[in-house]
Structures are given as structure tokens and as C-alpha cells.
Design a protein around this ligand. Structure first.
Ligand code: T46
Length: 141
């Protein structure tokens, strides 16, 4: 997991983490601490056994999200239209801010990978830019 993000509208979020329990670890993402928005939606992605799976390949117009890999690993690619950055997501203590106008892809999942996303708004298909050329046009507006 890298500690520095070069692309716009992103950043590393460090969850509060307690690993001093003999019975396991506890990680916390809380509004006002590691999260700076009201969480309206939480979703997770698992069952990533197919090596060819590719997810994401879109940007959001306005949505703020934080993505965590809470088990296993995957590759997150961020693209703000100028700069691209690949991040190996393999540490459950660190999330990545997926801000607006950020093209993102998720690939190379370990079979045991579990992704957790905190979102600042409910699902709205109209907020998605699912075509890369449309994304480039949108960020130039
Ligand atoms: C994102 C990345 C990180 C819903 O109906 N409600 C929801 O809350 C979500 C997240 C999805 N859907 C529907 C929309 C599609 O028909 O589920 C289907 C699969 O969604 P999508 O292809 O967008 O899944 P991913 O994994 O490519 O992207 C998801 C989120 O949609 C997206 O906001 O940033 O995870």
C-alpha cells in the first residue's frame, strides 16, 4: 500500500486501528475522524474468484467515497485526466478517497478479496460517467 497519492481528488485515509487484542483486530472509520462526510450508503464487493474480473471503469460527477480493501488485495488505478496512479490495495487500515471526477478501475483481485466502500450519497446512475471520452469532456467543462 503506497502512502502518497499524486492524482487530484484523492488521498489516503487512515482508519483508527486497534491490533493489540489477542482475539483479532478492530479498524474504525468514523465521521469527524477519518471520514469527512456523512455516510449515506455502504456497500461491499466479494466473491472475486474470476481472475478476469474488471470493475469500476467509471468516474463520478459529484460523489465522495472512501474505498477499503478489508481482506486480500487488488489493484486500484486512479486517473484524474492528466495523472494516472496504480495502487496496490492490501492493507485494511488504509482507505483511498475516491472523490468526484476521478476515473477508477479495480483489477487483479485475490480470490479472498473483500472491498468495502463508504459513500456520501445514495445510488444515482445519473452521477456516473461510464465512458472515458465522456469523462475527459466532463472534466474540461
Ligand atoms: C464505485 C466502485 C468503487 C446499485 O444499484 N446500487 C449501488 O449502490 C451500487 C454500488 C451499484 N448498483 C448497481 C449498478 C449496476 O447495475 O449494481 C450494478 C453494478 O454496479 P457497478 O458496475 O457500478 O459496480 P462497480 O463495482 O464497477 O462500481 C462500484 C460502484 O458502483 C461505484 O460507485 O465507485 O464500486
Amino acid at each position: 500500500m503506497i502512502k502518497k497519492i499524486k492524482v487530484k481528488n484523492s488521498g489516503i485515509i487512515k482508519a483508527q486501528f486497534f491490533n493489540d487484542f489477542p482475539d483479532g483486530n478492530l479498524a474504525i472509520a468514523e465521521k469527524g475522524k477519518s471520514v469527512d462526510f456523512d455516510i449515506k450508503r455502504v456497500y461491499f464487493i466479494n466473491n472475486l474468484f474470476n481472475k478476469k474480473t474488471r470493475r469500476g471503469f467509471h468516474a463520478h460527477k459529484t460523489l465522495e467515497q472512501i474505498i477499503f480493501c478489508i481482506n486480500g488485495y487488488f489493484t486500484l488505478m486512479l486517473d484524474d485526466g492528466k495523472t494516472k496512479q496504480k495502487i496496490l490495495m492490501n492493507d485494511p487500515c488504509y482507505g483511498v478517497r475516491l472523490g468526484p471526477k476521478l476515473w477508477h478501475t479495480m483489477t487483479k483481485f485475490s480470490p479472498d478479496c473483500v472491498i468495502l466502500v463508504l459513500a456520501a450519497d445514495c445510488y444515482k446512475e445519473s452521477d456516473y460517467l461510464r465512458d472515458y471520452d465522456q469523462f475527459l469532456k466532463y472534466i474540461k467543462q
